[in-house]
Write a protein that binds this ligand. Structure first.
Ligand code: DX5
Ligand code: ZN
Length: 235
């Protein structure tokens, strides 16, 4: 599997001191910074958008991994590229249509044209592309996009997207194992409830990109937590 990448989620940081918080995490060993973008439609919470990413870009060279929990993600590609985002991970469910149940129209053997367009659009804008799956979305639906080389990463959500600090859904980590078996080199990200106490399950399933918000920012020594998460993936 690819090397371990530890990505603290800045959702759990002090937004008024964002640049300092990001610098602190990078100094403590973070590989990426995970930026949770919520629009109040796709998820029942509102966070931040491209203007914050643009401001942050002036203070850090770190890889900015932007997780778009928005409907119509294609609307934001240009703004995030201009802001200096390194990667956009969008939700398969959102790209298939604006309704919450539109993903039911997706077939496991046939790429959905809107999802394909979104993948091409993100790369054409100069960013890496990730495809995110909510807990209830079958992992098989991601396979055609990976097979066709359209995505760099698949994000397996291990909580219902919308909030930090929720409990890890251990059974969802098994979705990573299905992907790892088929795709030895794929970046597989897990997000939600990851901590030193839960990461082993995700790492054993083959995940290599670990997002952690509350576990890292809530720790007395975030550097130790980052190191523990890394060791679990490397073990
Ligand atoms: C949840 C977000 C996560 C969140 C994780 O919707 O996508 O990235 O910040 O927070 P923790 O690690 O606290 O579960
Ligand atoms: Zn996230």
């Amino acid at each position: 599997r690819p090397p371990a990448i530890i990505a603290p989620s800045i959702l759990s940081s002090d937004f008024a001191r964002l640049a300092d918080e990001c610098k602190r995490m990078v100094d403590l060993g973070a590989d990426w910074l995970h930026v949770d973008v919520m629009d109040g439609h796709f998820v029942p919470n509102l966070t931040l958008g491209a203007p914050i990413v643009a401001s942050l870009r002036k203070h850090t060279d770190a890889f900015l991994d932007c997780h778009l929990m928005t409907t119509n993600p294609e609307l934001w590609v240009k703004d995030f590229a201009k802001a200096g985002a390194d990667m956009i991970t969008f939700h398969l469910e959102a790209a298939a249509g604006p309704g919450p149940d539109d993903w039911h129209s997706l077939a496991p053997d046939q790429p959905h044209p809107a999802v394909v367009d979104m993948c091409h659009g993100v790369r054409a804008a100069g960013m890496h592309v990730g495809l995110a799956l909510k807990p209830a979305t079958p992992v098989e639906l991601a396979v055609p996009y990976v097979e066709q080389g359209l995505v760099d990463m698949v994000l397996v959500m291990t909580v219902e997207p919308g909030f930090g600090g929720q409990s890890f859904m251990a059974d969802k980590a098994a979705k990573a194992a299905v992907l790892r078996k088929k795709f030895p080199d794929l970046l597989i990200q897990v997000d939600g409830g990851l901590a030193p106490a839960t990461v082993d399950r995700a790492a054993a399933a083959g995940a290599n990109v670990i997002v952690a918000g509350s576990a890292v920012f809530g720790a007395a020594d975030p550097g130790v937590v980052i190191q523990q998460l890394r060791e679990s993936v490397t073990a």
